[in-house]
Design a protein around this ligand. Structure first.
Ligand SMILES: [Zn+2]
Length: 190
């Protein structure tokens, strides 16, 4: 699995994880305003009019010039997907919110604190990680009729969201994102 490029808007907010092949098109269009970190990979193009072969070095972190990427949504927390539990389990460190034990991913489930049948949403603050056993025991009970939560679910900020969603995150990328977390989430151990 190849490394990804952490792509930022011009203000330094994470915008997307891109494959190097996608990132290089921003270089080719002259849209990379600044970059951080040692070279991730190099792309070789054709020969220019001086007979030199063009070469583009791609950095692990790039900021894209232009205001079009600074969409309003870029400033808001990202939603929890209703299909993919990977980010949820990672946020909760593979720990059941009811019994407090860690489990392998295959034994974990998504629990809706307020059950969907009662109108509960697939949101970061209404979902926690639960082991199969606790989830079965809870069933359709209300949380106040079951067990107190061991931790309080929260919506990750944009920087943490990118920490959770990146794969094979490089040290430079991790440091960039982790340094911008609010103090309380930095102590959670990123
Ligand atoms: Zn449990």
């Amino acid at each position: 699995m190849s490394q990804q490029v952490l792509t930022l808007d011009i203000s330094g907010r994470p915008y997307a994880w891109l494959d190097p092949q996608e990132a290089v098109t921003h270089y080719a269009k002259g849209r990379v305003a600044w970059e951080l970190g040692p070279r991730l990979t190099t792309f070789h193009g054709g020969h220019n009019r001086h007979g030199l072969r063009t070469q583009i070095d791609v950095a692990p972190i790039i900021a894209i010039a232009g205001s079009e990427l600074m969409a309003a949504q870029a400033w808001e927390p990202l939603h929890l997907s209703d299909r993919d539990n990977a980010l949820l389990f990672k946020r909760d460190r593979w720990t059941c919110a009811y019994c407090g034990q860690k489990f392998p991913r295959r034994m974990l489930t998504r629990d809706h604190i307020l059950a969907r049948s009662r109108g509960g949403k697939d949101s970061w603050t209404n979902c926690v990680t639960a082991c199969q056993r606790c989830n079965n025991e809870k069933g359709a009970k209300r949380v106040e009729d079951f067990k107190p939560l061991i931790y309080v679910p929260y919506a990750p900020c944009r920087f943490e969201h990118f920490l959770l969603s990146g794969r094979n995150i490089l040290a430079d990328q991790h440091d960039y994102l982790a340094a911008r977390l609010p103090r309380h989430s930095r102590s959670r151990g990123h």
